[in-house]
Design a binder for this molecule. Structure first.
Ligand SMILES: NC(=O)c1ccc[n+]([C@@H]2O[C@H](COP(=O)([O-])OP(=O)(O)OC[C@H]3O[C@@H](n4cnc5c(N)ncnc54)[C@H](OP(=O)(O)O)[C@@H]3O)[C@@H](O)[C@H]2O)c1
Length: 266
């Protein structure tokens, strides 16, 4: 079956690969961007900053006007801030939460009235492994993804009877534009107060740069869309990172904290 799909943030990374793959598969793909990009064939571009509720609502209204329905929302747009929690400014914290969490809320609020009316729809939300464990020096990023986890769990229950399926994706480390776009908090002062920050963030960036290719996640999204009974969530990651998710679930918190701390050399 071919679906009308909206993907947020298709200028790079997961969004770009997913837009490319789904359009090649024949789905009707709409994608949001904030800047000028080399357009993909058979993809409809919409200028949207997901922090802007009105812009999101207008974009969804445009899709409905043209296609008469919306089947899938892939809520992908996101960014990360890095640094000791103590050194994040109010502005940086709001940017993090407004983009990753409120951006999702805006998109869901915009598509839900139509999905309810259709009595069908699929919402695929990008969380992260960092939405299952608090990552050191990415604390506000983790907080934004924990917020997504809680929100989606509730959303799934509220909308199940309406034929709407919510699926949460938790990628591990992937090589995308994410690393280069990370906003690092007040580096000099933070480095002095938290000397361990430098090695920890270097490890994070090293892991991301050597991570999986975004097409791996795009293929998972394609499978979820064509699967009539997808699970509520998926971890898409290396064996070691999948293991860390399992250990987080089964080990006493103190043991898991020791493992995570030693991994980041804290
Ligand atoms: N890469 C990883 O290792 C990893 C792991 C777990 C989860 N994730 C999640 O995966 C998602 C996609 O990230 P990515 O890795 O593909 O990174 P990416 O290559 O940096 O792509 C992020 C996309 O989000 C867009 N975006 C950022 N802020 C936006 C805003 N306010 N409004 C609209 N669009 C905005 C960016 O657009 P611009 O070009 O305009 O900035 C870009 O298209 C994010 O939610 C991220 O948290 C990534």
């Amino acid at each position: 079956m071919k679906f009308v799909v909206l993907i947020t943030g298709i200028s790079s990374g997961f969004g770009l690969e997913t837009a490319r793959l789904l359009s090649q598969e024949g789905h009707i793909v709409y994608g949001t961007v904030r800047r000028t990009v080399q357009p993909l064939p058979n993809v409809h571009y919409l200028q949207v900053d997901v922090r802007d509720k009105e812009a999101v609502r207008d974009a969804v209204a445009e899709i409905i006007e043209k296609e008469g329905r919306i089947d899938v929302l892939v809520n992908n747009a996101g960014m990360g801030i890095g640094g000791p929690l103590e050194f994040a400014t109010e502005e940086e914290i709001r940017l993090q939460m407004d983009t990753n969490f409120m951006g999702l809320v805006h998109c869901v609020d915009a598509v839900l009235p139509y999905m309810r009316q259709q009595e069908s729809g699929r919402i695929i939300a990008l969380s992260s492994i960092g939405g299952l464990m608090g990552l050191p020096f990415q604390g506000f990023y983790s907080a934004s993804k924990f917020a997504i986890e809680g929100y989606c769990e509730a959303l799934s229950l509220e909308t199940k009877a309406m034929g709407i399926k919510v699926v949460v994706l938790r990628p591990g480390d992937f090589a995308t534009g994410f690393t280069g776009s990370r906003k690092k908090v007040a580096d000099e002062a933070a480095l002095q107060a938290y000397p361990i920050y430098k090695t920890a963030i270097e490890k994070v960036e090293h892991d991301e740069n050597g991570g999986l290719k975004p097409i791996v996640l795009a293929r998972k999204i394609s499978q979820i869309i064509s699967n009539s009974h997808p699970r509520n969530g998926y971890v898409v990651a290396s064996f070691e990172q999948k293991l860390s998710v399992l250990l987080k679930r089964i080990l006493p918190a103190k043991w898991f904290a020791r493992i995570l701390g030693s991994y980041y050399r804290l």
